[in-house]
Ligand binder design. Structure first.
Ligand SMILES: C[S@@+](CC[C@H](N)C(=O)[O-])C[C@H]1O[C@@H](n2cnc3c(N)ncnc32)[C@H](O)[C@@H]1O
Length: 278
């Protein structure tokens, strides 16, 4: 897939009309996009720069850009709820997903996190996306293939229960583990076994009881640094002269994020010294 340059056949393109309505098409030579305001020939876009305006047969104008990853994630079909872009960004940075990393995620769900991870690790990395439900894995595979235009060679989608994974089955330990499932704390022993010392685990959970079980579960293993937990709130702003103000509506809560590092085996991290009470 192309990320920039003039439009090519096969590009997924978002057309926006004067009322800011979006329409997504995949460019195919000779094909026509039918709107209630006339037809747009795909050939009128192929070879033109992104950000061009194309006119329909009835004179309506459409602004054309390639789909960004966020557009794809928010519009793709879902079997399970996706991780939203604001949290995907946090996971990539706080989870320290680096080019060439071996990354394990579960459950794959609809494949939103898989797409973000695959882009971040690049072709020299490896992403294992584990999913226990075959119908959800089918969504993930379809959404990843639609986004990249093919199945990335550095991706291994797996139909399996996370608890059944072994180092041998993954071809060795991994650098990063990302869990987005209902009861991740049941699988922390498996994570301890699969994650390299110094490796990062990140967990995405929606409710307060899940957050408590996650943090307490990580502590109980004795194999992780003190977990950090947080949520991020993103509020859009409407900028229009003296009427500039925050948007009335926002996605106030998506989920909590928890991050910890795998300790070397057999170590006890230093604890803060408390002054003795008199
Ligand atoms: C909320 S979805 C994940 C969404 C995904 N992160 C995304 O961005 O599209 C949670 C998924 O975890 C899967 N799951 C739950 N328990 C699992 C397990 N033990 N092993 C593998 N997958 C599991 C569920 O079937 C479900 O598809």
């Amino acid at each position: 897939m192309a990320y920039s340059g003039p439009f090519q056949a096969g590009d997924r393109v978002q057309l926006t009309d004067a009322k800011r309505r979006h329409f997504t098409i995949v460019l195919r030579p000779g094909e026509v996009f039918h709107t209630h305001r006339g037809q747009v020939a795909h050939d009128d876009l192929i070879g033109r720069d992104e950000g061009s305006v194309v006119r329909s047969s009835l004179g309506a104008d459409y602004l054309a850009f390639r789909h960004l990853m966020v557009d794809h994630v928010l519009s793709m079909p879902r079997g399970a709820a996706v991780i939203y872009p604001k949290d995907l960004g946090q996971i990539l940075i706080e989870g320290d997903i680096f080019p060439g990393a071996r990354v394990l995620e579960a459950g794959a769900g609809s494949g939103a996190l898989s797409i973000a991870l695959l882009r971040a690790v690049g072709e020299h990395g490896r992403v294992f996306s584990v999913e226990v439900r075959d119908d959800h894995l089918a969504y993930a595979i379809d959404n990843v293939e639609q986004y990249f235009g093919t199945r990335p060679e550095w991706w291994e989608p797996k139909l399996a229960d996370f608890g059944q994974l072994t180092r041998d089955g993954l071809g060795g330990p991994v650098d990063r583990v990302l869990l987005d499932m209902v009861e991740p704390w049941h699988f922390f022993d498996t994570v301890c076994d699969l994650l390299l010392p110094g490796g990062v685990i990140m967990v995405y959970v929606a409710t307060v009881p899940q957050l408590m079980n996650t943090v307490e579960g990580l502590r109980e293993t004795g194999h992780f640094s003190e977990p950090r937990a947080w949520e991020s709130l993103v509020r859009g702003w409407r900028v229009e002269g003296l009427a500039t103000r925050p948007e009335h509506r926002m996605n106030a809560h998506t989920a909590f994020l928890v991050q910890a590092r795998r300790l070397a085996d057999g170590v006890t991290p230093p604890q803060p010294q408390r002054p003795a009470r008199r």
